[in-house]
Design a protein around this ligand. Structure first.
Ligand code: DGL
Length: 265
């Protein structure tokens, strides 16, 4: 039986999941958080589901062996590839995945046109097709894969010319098609909100699922009587890439205390 004070393991292919980690920290300030950024293998978006599953197994195994009481797949691409596999492998372990916010976007759109920015892996998945069938049969959904965006966000330079140009190229066709609701279907993209505010008219709603993931985590922990009473210990981060690089971007992308170690699996 896990203890209430045990940490929660959160993972992503890189720094994107920090956008979700921030929502978890906001909603659950008493929880101790662990984060693995799989920066040595980023991006997941163009990799095979088998490859992503094997990375997620390693990271989940690490969290589980070290005594994490729950895990969050803070990555849409990893969720479509690996959440079913991990649930089968760790029955009874609270595990939260995530998916693009198609349901709230379909409810919110007035123009009837919704745009989805996400990775190729997410957009090509059967899980995403099922999500559209279930919630978006009455609206027009335009999907836009965004290769190259994640690598630029990983540098932590969120105001670069290259990032702005690439993002503009992805967003413009959606706007020309009349999209008034834009789904950020990758956890890296919430870091683009300031840039998007310059590129997208104010009437376009921008939706991501970080806060919903934090609420779902809260529900699962409450249901299992595993909510921590605090105080939280410092956030511990690992990276399969270069710890110095992750440390360098943390002030911009996380902005809270935390130490970084190398994840060598
Ligand atoms: N942050 C990830 C997601 O939510 C994946 C980015 C990538 O590695 O391609 O989809």
């Amino acid at each position: 039986m896990a203890e209430r004070s045990a940490p929660i393991g959160v993972m992503d292919s890189g720094v994107g999941g920090l956008s979700v980690l921030a929502e978890i920290r906001r909603l659950l300030p008493n929880e101790t958080l662990w984060y693995v950024a799989d920066c040595g293998h980023v991006p997941y978006g163009e990799k095979s589901p088998d490859y992503i599953r094997s990375r997620c197994r390693r990271i989940a195994g690490f969290f589980h062996e070290q005594g994490a009481k729950a895990m969050v797949l803070a990555c849409n691409t990893a969720t479509v590839a690996a959440v079913a596999d991990l649930r089968a492998h760790y029955p009874g372990w609270p595990l939260v995945g995530m998916e693009p916010a198609v349901k709230p976007a379909a409810a919110a759109t007035r123009s009837g046109v919704v745009g989805v920015l996400a990775t190729t892996g997410t957009l090509q998945s059967a899980k995403f097709a099922a999500l559209l069938d279930r919630f978006a049969s009455d609206v027009r959904v335009i999907t836009q894969p965004c290769p190259g965006l994640v690598e630029l966000i990983e540098t932590g330079d969120l105001a670069s010319h290259a990032l702005r140009e690439r993002l503009q190229g992805y967003v413009e066709p959606l706007l020309s098609a009349g999209c008034d609701t834009l789904i950020l279907g990758c956890t890296h993209y919430p870091f683009l909100r300031p840039l998007l505010a310059q590129l997208v008219p104010a009437h376009v709603a921008i939706i991501d699922t970080g806060a919903a993931v934090a609420r779902q985590l809260h529900r699962l922990l409450e249901g299992a009587d595993l909510l921590a009473t605090g105080p939280a210990r410092d956030t511990q981060l690992w990276t399969s890439g270069d710890p110095a690089s992750l440390l360098g971007v943390l002030p911009v992308l996380w902005g809270q205390p935390g130490s970084v170690e190398r994840f060598g699996f």
